[in-house]
Every structure is written in structure tokens, then in C-alpha cells.
Design a protein around this ligand. Structure first.
Ligand SMILES: [Zn+2]
Length: 611
């Protein structure tokens, strides 16, 4: 038997209920351009629009990938529907009744029939598992687990969460009494097939069951979490005719409306994360199915959102996975942000511990990929240690140097410069050096990919050529005093013993006393009076280096002095900021605000003096 055909007039009626520009406009941002509307093609990845929609002809065409057609073709391609499915979907949403007699005939081909059988089998099993979870003793431990995870009944019902009992034949027997043949259920991944006699058995045993739906909301697979300590913790239905893991995102059907509305999606790693987030009011969340994000999944998100916020576990595996997902999303031109939950927490834990409001705030505060990477790098160094701080900055500069966009590079350089009070120029120079090194080595692309490992495996060898601004300033001041006695008095008055680098503080003390007994500038005499080997070396070096550019303006000296004196204040601000973050985490907003005021005053006190 062939599939029944839709009457031509009826198809026209469906088609005429939609304007293709409005319809496609729900998926693609369109701009009027001459007689057509242009946008970024949803079927291939591009940066300049080559996808055009012609209103007068009610057709679309992409000049980039040659996809084209009418309203029906668009929906079929986009949602991977058959022609009848697309037409019925549109008729439904336009409120048009199906033609007479069509309901009986519509799924007539054998393939369509078996597809329908699979859908209905899944529907039955979803109901069965859900019933077992909430209405029977089988589900007791699973119910306890859910309530321990803070998932309430309403959410469990929305997601149709269920329980598969610890049995090899529960579902098998269930179907035994119904008119479903085993091979269809095995094909659909609902039952397993015993190797030696092909007999069916239950695939999921003693597991909490999460139904996985396609883009139409029809359940086509399960994810099952073990109750207890056995491995593997999660298993999914095997792939089959209707279920391709790399094409499906968990919860996409439910969250699509919100994703489109916000033009933003939140990507989770686990089912429980997406579910807990939903309960916490994040209704634009999806999860990949236990594998890394594929390009198809990324494209599905890109069609519906401009921005994707990655919210993975805060452990090192999660962070690696987040960076991989970010690369895939960036490759299909999504804007990407990353949430940093901290403390090794996963989103589900975080919500349990800190509640829905804080979690939503975390999502809003998501950082750009580069900020996230830099934040992550920071945690691997003890920034109170001078040498480690230098290593951090070096690693951060390598990150920055690998960014393709100059404006972006500049942004992060400024950020580094302000945070650590380094001169922006010095950072820029260093970054440029790294940029050309990377370019020469031909590995500019590779750096971005291996940023994490380069530190963990200890092969990271920083070039220690970069010194902080105050370091340079102190060196300059000492050099000045060494070459010209007339500065010594001024510097002694204004800086005194407040040099931050021990060696410079010592040299300054020696210089003050050298000039106070009536000496004029005489580096070699000064050096001969020093006893400490290290100071002698340093003074000799300064005596040689500094003699060329000794002409210095008063403004420049004031600048140096300002840098020297403000450095300890910056350190104090840093530790106050840490304190502020700690208080915010504890929820002590009043104290955090007081610390904030203190920080504000300190920053104000640092305004450079205009001498
Ligand atoms: Zn295209």
C-alpha cells in the first residue's frame, strides 16, 4: 500500500496559512535586502548571510549550500521530518483539520508503521517506569534518591522520570502480554538480545530512568542512572532507527520555546543537571547525552539561539569537556560563555547547596571563554608567590596571544595590567613576542587546544623576562640615585624605606647614607663600599645599564614613585577582594558591602598625583 496523498486544495490551505518570512523568521534572523530577506543559513555554518527568503514567491534559497524550497521543505530539513509529518505539524499549529479519511491511512507504509509501533512502545514503557517509581514499592529507593537530590514530584512528573526494577524480565514480560513482537522492541533498543539464543531481556535494571525525546517531543530512548555503586553509573539506550545520540539533546523539546525567546541556551553535561536547573527556573537548558558535544548538536542549538552558556562540572574533566564544547560551538559561530561554579561542584550539587537564585545569578554572570580560561589558570598558581605570579602571567599571555582578534587581545591585556599593576606596554611587548614565537612555530591553533595540559604535565617553561611595573620603577629610581646625587634627597623624602624589592630597599638605604655624608655621584666608589655580593652585582649592573638614558623628567619620577607606593595598596585591595568574594559566598552581603566600600576608598586613594 502506498501512503495516502493529501488533496492539493488542502495542502494549499495549509501553505496559505503561513507567510514563509514570518515562519522562517522564528528560526533565522532575517533582514530585508532589496526584494528578499537575508539571514545566516541554518543549514550550513557561515558568517555572512547567504540565506535568502523571497516573500512574493514564498520560497527560500541558500547561495552558500544550495539548500532551498518552500515552507514544507524548510520544516522537513530543519526538524528532520518526513513530508507528511511536516504537513501535519503545520496543519495542527494552524488549526486546520486533517482531510477526511486521512487519519486512518496516514502511516500506511511498513516503515512508517514500525516507526509508529516504536513510538507507542516507548510511550508505554515511559508510563510503566513512571508508575513503578511513584506507585509501587519497587520505586522506594529511587524515590528516596530523588528527594535527596531535591527533585520534587512536580518536576519528576514533567520529566516523566521513572524506575526500572532490578529484574532481567520485567519489561520483557510486560510486553509478552501485549501485541508487540520482540524483534521490533530489540530494534528499538527497548529490550536486549541474548547472545547465545537471541532471547530478549531487560536492558535497564535497578536504574532511575530519564526519557529522552526527539525534537517533536516523542520519547525515543532512555538514559538510566544506577541506584547504588555499580558501574557504569549512566547508560543510554543503544542507537536505533529513531535515535542517533549525536543528533539529540536532552530536554531540547521542552526548552526550545524558551531558548528561542531568549536566543540563548544553557548546556549541561548530565540529565540531573538539566532537570535540577529546570526546577530552579532555568528553562532554556539542555544536556548532551554522555558524549562530547557534536557539530550536529551545536548546529541545532545555533539554529535556535545566538548564545550558548556552558555549565559543566567544575572538576578538571568537566573543565576540559567545557573547553572542547566551546570549540565546537565557536566553530558554528555561536557566542559562547562559560559558567564557573567553583569548588569542584556540578550544577546539581550547586543548586542543592546554594539554591535557585544563586544558581541563576551564576548563569547570568557566565564569563567569556577566555576569561574562564584565565580564571582557571589562576587557580593553578599561588598568586601570593612572586615567582608563581610571573608564571601565571606568562601562561595568561600565551592564552591571549592565541586569540585571533586584536581588540579582544587588547581587552585581556588591559585586564591583566590592571589586576596586577603591570605596565600595559610591557605586557603588550611580551604578548607580541609570544605571538611571533607561536606563529614561527606554526602552532597558534594548537596552543588554544592544549592550554590546560601544558600546565598540568609540568612541561610549561615560562620565559622570565617580564617584571612587574613596580619592579621596574624601583630599579629606575635606584639607578637615578646612583648616577645623580640630586635625586637622592627627593626620593628619600618621598619613598624612604618603602621599596618593595628587598635588594632595592637595601641599595636605597646604602645610597641615602652614601650621599648624606657629602659624597657626590660616584658609582664605582659606592660599589666599593658595599659588602654583600648580591648587592654589588646589582649595583654594577645598574651602573652600566642606566648611564645612557639618565635624563629623566620630574613627571616620570613621580610616576615611578607612585608605582612603588601603590603596589602594597594593590596587594591589600587584592586580598580585600578575596575577602569580599568569600563573604558573598557565605551570603553575608552586609559585610561584603562594607569591604566593598573599603576597596573603593583604597582605589580612590591611588589616583596618581599630578606633580
Ligand atoms: Zn546554506
Amino acid at each position: 500500500m502506498t501512503a495516502a496523498r493529501f488533496p492539493e486544495e488542502w495542502l494549499d490551505q495549509v501553505r496559505n496559512s503561513f507567510n514563509i518570512v514570518d515562519f522562517i523568521g522564528q528560526y533565522v534572523q532575517l533582514r530585508k535586502s532589496g526584494r528578499s530577506f537575508m539571514g545566516l543559513c541554518p543549514f550550513h555554518s557561515e558568517k555572512t548571510p547567504s540565506f535568502s527568503v523571497l516573500e512574493e514567491k514564498q520560497i527560500f534559497h541558500c547561495f552558500g549550500c544550495s539548500e532551498g524550497g518552500n515552507l514544507f521543505t524548510f520544516l522537513m530539513k530543519l526538524e528532520e521530518l518526513t513530508f507528511p509529518e511536516a504537513v501535519i505539524h503545520l496543519a495542527d499549529s494552524a488549526g486546520i483539520r486533517l482531510p477526511e479519511g486521512y487519519l486512518q491511512n496516514r502511516m500506511e507504509t511498513e516503515q512508517q508503521q514500525s516507526k509508529q509501533r516504536m513510538f507507542s512502545a516507548y510511550e508505554l514503557v515511559v508510563k510503566l517506569y513512571h508508575y513503578l517509581l511513584f506507585k509501587t514499592d519497587y520505586g522506594k529507593a529511587a524515590r528516596r534518591y530523588l528527594s535527596e537530590r531535591g527533585i520534587d514530584q512536580e518536576t519528576a512528573e514533567q520529566f516523566q522520570i521513572g524506575y526500572a526494577p532490578d529484574s532481567w524480565e520485567f519489561v520483557t514480560d510486560f510486553f509478552e502480554k501485549r501485541d508487540y513482537d520482540h524483534s521490533l522492541l530489540q530494534q528499538a533498543g527497548l529490550l536486549g538480545k541474548r547472545e547465545y539464543d537471541q532471547k530478549p531481556f531487560d536492558l535497564f535494571r535497578n536504574r532511575l530512568m530519564f526519557p529522552i525525546a526527539d525534537t517533536q517531543g516523542r520519547v525515543i530512548a532512555f538514559g538510566g542512572r544506577i541506584l547504588g555503586d555499580e558501574q557504569p553509573k549512566y547508560i543510554n539506550s543503544p542507537e536505533h532507527q529513531l535515535f542517533n545520540k549525536s543528533h539529540i539533546l536532552f530536554n531540547f523539546y521542552r526548552s526550545r520555546r524558551e531558548i528561542r525567546k531568549k536566543r540563548q541556551a544553557v548546556l549541561f553535561e548530565g540529565y540531573m543537571d538539566a532537570i535540577a536547573a529546570w526546577q530552579a527556573g532555568v528553562h532554556n537548558g539542555v544536556a548532551s547525552l554522555g558524549t562530547s558535544l557534536t557539530e550536529t548538536q551545536a548546529t541545532l542549538l545555533k539554529r535556535n539561539a545566538d548564545q550558548v552558556i556552558i555549565c559543566y562540572d567544575a572538576d578538571s574533566a568537566g573543565i576540559d569537556a567545557a573547553m572542547k564544547a566551546a570549540e565546537v560551538l565557536l566553530s558554528v559561530n555561536c557566542q559562547v560563555k562559560v559558567v564557573s561554579l567553583g569548588e569542584g561542584l556540578d550544577p546539581d550539587d550547586y543548586i542543592q547547596r546554594y539554591g535557585a537564585t544563586k544558581f541563576q545569578l551564576k548563569i547570568e554572570e557566565a564569563a567569556t571563554v577566555t576569561s574562564f580560561k584565565m580564571e582557571y589558570l589562576r587557580k593553578q598558581f599561588d598568586l601570593s608567590d612572586e615567582a608563581q605570579r610571573m608564571n601565571y602571567i606568562q601562561a595568561a599571555l600565551e592564552q591571549i596571544a592565541s586569540l585571533p582578534n586584536a581588540v579582544e587581545r587588547d581587552h585581556y591585556l588591559r585586564f591583566l595590567s590592571e589586576e596586577f599593576n603591570y605596565s600595559l606596554d610591557a605586557l603588550k611587548q611580551e604578548q607580541r613576542k609570544i605571538y611571533f614565537q607561536q606563529k614561527k612555530a606554526g602552532n597558534r591553533d594548537k596552543v588554544a587546544g592544549k592550554w590546560n595540559n601544558s600546565i598540568n604535565n609540568g612541561t610549561h617553561v615560562p620565559v622570565r623576562s617580564l617584571l612587574p611595573a613596580y619592579h621596574n620603577a624601583e630599579k629606575k629610581l635606584i639607578s637615578l640615585m646612583l648616577h645623580d646625587e640630586k635625586w637622592a634627597e627627593d626620593i628619600m623624602q618621598r619613598v624612604g624605606g618603602n621599596f618593595n624589592v628587598d635588594e632595592f630597599a637595601a641599595l636605597a638605604a646604602h645610597l641615602y647614607s652614601f650621599y648624606s655624608v657629602g659624597n657626590t655621584s660616584n658609582p664605582s666608589k659606592f660599589i666599593s663600599e658595599l659588602e654583600d655580593e648580591k648587592l654589588i652585582q646589582l649595583a654594577s649592573q645598574l651602573a652600566l645599564e642606566g648611564s645612557d638614558d639618565i635624563t629623566t623628567s620630574k613627571e616620570e619620577i613621580s610616576d615611578y614613585i607612585h608605582q612603588v607606593l601603590s603596589y602594597p595598596v594593590w596587594r591589600q585591595i587584592d586580598s580585600l577582594k578575596d575577602e569580599q568574594r568569600r563573604l558573598e559566598k557565605l551570603g553575608d552581603n552586609l559585610k561584603a558591602a562594607q569591604v566593598g566600600i573599603e576597596i573603593h576608598h583604597l582605589i580612590k586613594s591611588l589616583k596618581p598625583l599630578s606633580t
